[in-house]
Design a protein around this ligand. Structure first.
Ligand SMILES: Cc1cc2nc3c(=O)[nH]c(=O)nc-3n(C[C@H](O)[C@H](O)[C@H](O)COP(=O)(O)O)c2cc1C
Length: 356
């Protein structure tokens, strides 16, 4: 039985203050490259209307050389609160990109200092900034000068076990003007392996005054509450737990606000959501959207009888109609009493299930 301590309850009653910007939810939807486009964010926001969402990370150098705004940076004027995430190692290009982000409607600008992918780190961006704290500082200073919205940072606890530098690094970011830091409790060397080490998030929280958001392994309401209690963080950010499960941020937000657990969506409701997601990706991006939808569809198709077959079929769809027909067929089977034997081990949450 999950419950909130009186201290945590009191904190949750206050808005999250990111500099001058206030957010009425303590649960955030993380930036996820290839996932958190406008279509996905709209689904998450339906269940978590007050939560902060992030675009996929945008390359500031790329932006400098193109005239047209990339689709991943598009923001719906009605979607608030929203942060646009940028990555790069050049302070001047990042400052220029931040101005464009604000023009597009960003409430905050987030700088990615945690991405572990080689393609990004070898060019000096993402988590490689953990090893160049002076450059990271210069970036934050330049971007803060360029825009009048709060500038935030998302990073990891260090490069490797031998270089856990987050305490010094986070302090430097705060001193340079960052208004919030999200800490993913893994090193760059860990990638996405092993557990997130929330104890480091707690230690960062002890030494900084700006809000700290805990990230890593938030797959359920229970995990969110545990992370908030153990770290004293000002909020939590959900990531892989939302893949094929855009309900998670809303479920956690609802619990933090009411102390009540929402009943999870049924397999049919999840498939209806998958259907809507596929259709919307097609409407927004055409054939490219259908290709992108394949991975999303396989993430949705988990945890009910016939899921494995459906997953295989959806992973190779060529057209939107083909995908919709496959989903409809399974929805009909389930509606006609096809026993939905959940493939879930007891105690495992749907959030964990879709993320694996
Ligand atoms: C598919 C995928 C894409 C990601 N893209 C981004 C990104 O664009 N920007 C970012 O800061 N982090 C990105 N991340 C990292 C997540 O935001 C998050 O920090 C990480 O997954 C840890 O949280 P989790 O253990 O709950 O998944 C990505 C992670 C995944 C799995």
């Amino acid at each position: 039985m999950v419950s909130l301590s009186p201290n945590l309850k009191a904190k949750l009653a206050q808005p999250l203050k990111i500099g001058s910007f206030e957010v009425k939810s303590r649960v955030l939807q993380s930036p996820l490259s290839g996932v958190t486009d406008m279509v996905f964010r709209r689904l998450v926001r339906r269940y978590a209307p007050e939560s902060m969402m992030y675009t996929e990370m945008v390359n500031a150098t790329g932006l400098h050389y193109v005239k047209q705004l990339p689709k991943i940076m598009e923001v719906d004027p009605n979607e608030r609160p929203i942060s646009i995430q940028l990555f790069d190692c050049r302070p001047d290009f990042l400052a220029e990109a931040a101005v464009k982000a604000v023009a597009e409607g960003a409430d905050t600008v987030d700088i990615n200092m945690g991405c572990p992918v080689n393609k990004i780190t070898k060019n000096g961006g993402g988590s490689s900034l953990l090893r160049q704290p002076e450059v990271a500082e210069a970036i934050v200073r330049e971007v803060v000068k360029a825009v009048d919205v709060p500038v935030t940072v998302k990073t990891r606890i260090g490069w490797s076990d031998k270089e856990i530098t987050i305490l010094d690094f986070a302090k430097r970011m705060e001193d340079a003007g960052a208004k919030m830091i999200t800490v993913h409790g893994r090193t760059r060397a860990q990638g996405y392996n092993g557990n997130a080490r929330w104890e480091w998030i707690a230690r960062v929280k002890e030494v900084l005054s700006i809000p700290i958001i805990g990230n890593g392994d938030i797959f359920s309401v229970e995990a969110a509450v545990k992370c908030l209690e153990q770290t004293n963080a000002d909020g939590v950010m959900c990531s892989r737990g939302t893949l094929g499960y855009p309900f998670l941020v809303g479920e956690i937000d609802y619990f933090l606000k009411t102390g009540e657990i929402l009943s999870p969506p049924t397999p049919i409701q999840r498939l209806e959501c998958a259907r809507e997601h596929l259709q919307a990706l097609w409407n927004y991006k055409g054939d490219r959207g259908v290709r992108q939808a394949r991975k999303h569809m396989t993430w949705y198709a988990k945890g009910f009888a016939g899921a494995a077959d459906l997953r295989g079929q959806l992973s190779v769809i060529e057209t939107v109609d083909q995908g919709l027909a496959m989903i409809d067929r399974v929805i009909e089977q389930l509606a006609n009493g096809y026993e939905p034997e959940l493939e879930i081990e007891s105690g495992e949450s749907l959030g964990t299930l879709v993320a694996t």
